[in-house]
Design a protein around this ligand. Structure first.
Ligand code: SF4
Length: 133
């Protein structure tokens, strides 16, 4: 079945977030081949966390240094092979590694009701943290 660029591939509802995946091209080079692919978020560059602070990842995301292969040995080095990825068949999942979990600052619960701004700074701060890991 042929698809059009921008057509919805799937909508994933996982924990408290929703991800809409569209058909498209990862690069101009892919465009030359005219093969449309589902374009998944790059959680390595743009991390997204559950309310509890666990990071989302994709099945084919390059493993981080907390990778622990579920099959023994070194595996393919993708998140799907890692014991912290809940189900190899899932295209997007929540990484359950406690070392990758981030904790919200107490200021998140501040009583000024400025939660949105606090959440934005929290995300920025943790992006910095991710880039250091
Ligand atoms: S710890 Fe999480 S992010 Fe790291 S490789 Fe395993 S599943 Fe992926």
């Amino acid at each position: 079945m042929l698809h059009n660029e921008g057509e919805v591939y799937k909508v994933y509802e996982i924990e408290d977030k929703s991800f809409t995946i569209y058909y498209g091209y990862y690069s101009d080079l892919d465009r030359e081949g005219e093969v449309l692919l589902p374009i998944f978020p790059n959680f390595y560059l743009d991390p997204v966390y559950t309310k509890e602070g666990f990071p989302y990842c994709t099945r084919i995301q390059d493993a981080c240094h907390h990778y622990c292969c579920r099959h023994g040995g070194s595996g393919d080095g993708w998140c799907s092979d890692c014991v912290y990825y809940p189900d190899e068949s899932m295209e997007i999942a929540v990484c359950m590694c406690n070392k990758r979990k981030i904790t919200k600052k107490d200021s998140m619960e501040d009583k000024r009701g400025n939660v949105r701004n606090e959440e934005e700074s929290y995300e920025k701060e943790n992006k910095k943290k991710e880039s250091i890991i």
